[in-house]
Design a binder for this molecule. Structure first.
Ligand SMILES: [Zn+2]
Length: 522
């Protein structure tokens, strides 16, 4: 550790001691914080020299001291709202789905039953039916979104209220025909939801999240929390880049975004500067855009942009200084996004999100083009949904290139990890477990699914910290526990050097620090 010359006058406001600083380095067991910055990382003895009786001291009890996690892809407001709604996540069978809906409907008297989280694999044939939801909620409108947020399930009262003729299963943009009739949440409810969401983030050691869309509608909410000094989480908001606009409308939208950013004056708690586009849907509903038809069908999925339209939009944004992130799951969508990023400005660090079923031919292009791979390991959890719906839709040959994070990382590309909350739980421990084992929490399948794509824990942690910071142009501020960096720290309940990988998902967070403030202690 290097002390600066005037170390004598630098007193730590906070010190985390008796742990293991990650990545491991010689004698580093403690971190000292002054204000919102890291003052030093070193031995306990070194750090004690920087403390006095006013210093708050957290004993890590031999646990790991990490840079706080940076979730590079979340839908934070959507997820925070859903904390108070019906939750079907993890319900593996239709019986369990029915039970949860019945219990929720009986206990909630609101005008609508609203929820999310169902797995396609819970239903025969991979989709629910309107008859089933009519039976479970006969008396009022009900609308429940799939776990991946790409398919809606409505009952007859909801369809009547919305005035739409539909089977009750609504894919992609069709969801809007019903969701726009759900009573809007009041601003105070949204602020309360974000407070609850921030508590969940703090419990999981998360210091930063990157909101993947609709940021233009959320900026005011986050600023309100900043003004009342309630932000316990840093957020970066992506604004929506949408298809189907003519040249004038596209320009008008970018003018508006530029103006919003100018008026906002980015602060360390709320960042902007990135646009989010969807290139396709998801494999489960066969809306992800594929180069060859889905197994046993003639369907190629649903690309959302015209052939050159995405490239034009990306180039226009790039020219005005915007970074762009593109949701691309199918091999055709991933190729379209890579093609759009070819001949853009490398320094923008454009990104592709998800990368579930790429063509092996495209993997080297991430490093070649300087495109960041933003991936969410929990999506590759080898569960029933993956084996019974995702994999049969693609066929085993294409599925063999599923979520190839090791190939992309080892080709020299930058990789950022996240959850995609609420698509999966906001749980970095669960994410790290899948990243290094390619197994379920129960250890299945033995040896892991596509085990060649397992990575080392050090690599997975880097993608969850420095990788996320790089993906938001903030690696000089966060993602590393070094002098001068923002004091965003997670303290884990165990020593990651000796923890068996099979137990990774069980690890707990003991404390979370954001900007030198202790925002969680367990
Ligand atoms: Zn997402």
């Amino acid at each position: 550790m290097a002390f600066t010359q005037n170390a004598a006058v630098q007193i730590a406001s906070l010190a985390v001691v008796n742990g293991l600083v990650w990545p491991p380095r010689k004698r580093a067991t403690s971190v000292a914080v002054m204000g919102d910055r890291i003052l030093a990382a070193g031995s306990d003895a070194d750090v004690r020299l920087l403390c006095n009786r006013h210093t708050r001291v957290i004993d890590a009890r031999r646990g790991t001291i990490l840079p706080a996690f940076n979730d590079a892809h979340v839908h934070f407001l959507m997820a925070s709202r859903s904390l108070a709604e019906l939750d079907l996540y993890g319900a593996e069978t239709q019986i369990e789905v029915e039970r949860r809906i019945a219990v929720y409907a009986a206990g909630h008297t609101g005008p609508w039953v609203v929820g999310r989280g169902w797995f396609y694999s819970a239903f025969p044939g991979g989709m629910p039916t309107v008859e089933l939801l009519d039976r479970l909620v006969p008396d009022r409108p009900a609308y429940i979104e799939s776990f991946d947020a790409h398919t809606g399930w409505a009952n007859t009262p909801a369809l009547l209220t919305a005035g739409v003729a539909s089977s009750g299963v609504l894919k992609e943009a069709a969801m809007l025909s019903v969701t726009r009739h759900i009573p809007a949440r009041a601003r105070a409810e949204d602020l309360e939801a974000l407070r609850a969401g921030m508590r969940v983030a703090a419990e999981h050691g998360i210091g930063s999240v990157q909101e993947a869309g609709e940021g233009q509608d959320q900026l005011e909410l986050w600023k309100a929390l900043h003004e009342t000094d309630e932000l316990t989480l840093r957020v970066r908001l992506a604004f929506d880049l949408v298809p189907g606009l003519d040249a004038e409308a596209s320009k008008g939208r970018l003018d508006l975004y530029d103006e919003m950013v100018r008026a906002h004056k980015t602060n360390p708690g709320i960042a902007t500067g990135i646009l989010k586009a969807f290139a396709d849907g998801v494999v489960e509903s066969r809306t992800a855009a594929m180069l060859e038809p889905y197994e046993g069908t003639s369907e190629l999925g649903s690309p959302l942009w015209g052939r050159d339209e995405l490239a034009h939009a990306v180039h226009a944004a790039d020219a005005r200084g915007w970074q762009v992130q593109v949701h691309a799951i199918g091999d055709a969508a991933i190729r379209q996004a890579l093609d759009a990023f070819a001949s853009t400005t490398r320094e923008r660090r454009h990104r592709i999100e998800h990368i579930e079923a790429p063509s092996p031919l495209d993997l080297p292009r991430f490093a070649d083009l300087g495109v960041i791979a933003s991936m969410q390991p929990q999506h590759a959890e080898p569960n029933r949904n993956l084996f019974e719906i995702w994999l049969p839709n693609l066929g085993s040959e294409r599925a063999a290139c599923g979520w190839p994070w090791r190939s992309i990382l080892h080709s020299g590309a930058h990789v950022a990890f996240g959850t995609d909350w609420p698509v999966v739980p906001l749980d970095p421990a669960a994410s790290l477990h899948v990243a290094v084992t390619r197994q379920t929490r129960a250890g299945e399948p033995a040896g892991g699914w596509l085990p060649d794509q397992r990575i080392k824990l050090s690599e997975a942690l880097a993608a969850w910290t420095r990788g996320g910071a790089y993906a938001e142009h903030a690696e000089d501020q966060k993602g590393t526990l070094a002098e001068g960096m923002l004091a965003d720290i997670a303290v884990l309940d165990r020593d990651l050097v000796t923890t068996p990988m099979s137990e990774l998902a069980e690890m707990k967070v003991k404390a979370t620090v954001v900007g030198g403030r202790v925002v969680y202690e367990g």
